[in-house]
Ligand binder design. Sequence first.
Ligand code: NAI
Length: 282
Amino acid sequence: MADGQGYGLLKGKKGLIFGALNEQSIAWRIALACKREGAEFSLSNAPVALRFGELDKLSEQTGAEVFPCDVTKEDEIEELMQEVKEEHGKIDFILHAIGMSPNVRKSDSYQKLNYNWMQQTLDISAISLHKVIRYADEAGILNEGSSIVALSYIGAQRIFSKYSDMNDAKALLESVARNYGSRLADRGIRVNTISQAPTKTSAGKGIKGFDGMYTFADKLAPMGNPSADECADYCVTLFSDLTRKVTMQNLYHDGGFVNAGIDEEMINDLAKLYGEEDREAE
Ligand code: NAI
């Protein structure tokens, strides 16, 4: 938003935002955009992230309460939903911006995954969406017509080797969004995933080879990689009343990457590189 004023798209709406760790976090940018658009919300992150992160700063900036919750622990999620109920009554949107893979962090190859870690990857990054929706619903805090958004990545559809078991986690995350979306649709509750382009955050930079993935996507996408702030603007539209019948979708926010075949500059450079190698081999 050039003028920083916003459109008042979320005026009167209340929400819960998971996953803001520092200023680079996509959830942090989304929280600022939600504030700009007039929403009130609570913030949540894992207790360890609250100790090492900078969430107090965002809390001061937005007036949002911070509630600790490890999203792998059902009792903590249940308690969180009661706290949110006391704070807001009912809410209109939830952002799930949570992802972590111990296998990716350790850069183990896909053929040699540590299965305990893989369980953690799936639990933290995908099954947690199911748990969050379930306990929000059981606490009765989801308003009719509310909107739930989780952040995904194109690794769910295409193989990005360095993304390892996070490819599997994102495929499961998108499936949970579709499945839960079908079950909440009769109350007008939307569940979608935004498939965001590589973005320079703590989670992103934790992937070995991230810079190459970032540049590749940026070159191939006709519009280039969208920033975290641009992702936040898109997310606001999904939380708003302007997208009331958009549900069970995985929505690409990637500057056109998903449908791009070739970038002329990249292909010319590759042709030169491999052409020369071919000649040398002759
Ligand atoms: P980030 O590192 O700022 O956010 C990840 C968050 O997950 C952190 O706040 C972390 O504390 C939280 N988290 C990890 N384990 C948790 C647990 N057990 N309980 C509660 N919270 C936990 O990084 P980023 O990039 O903003 O990630 C947000 C989402 O966006 C993730 O789902 C990520 O996979 C997704 N995404 C990121 C892309 C990128 O290139 N950075 C591209 C596409 C999607």
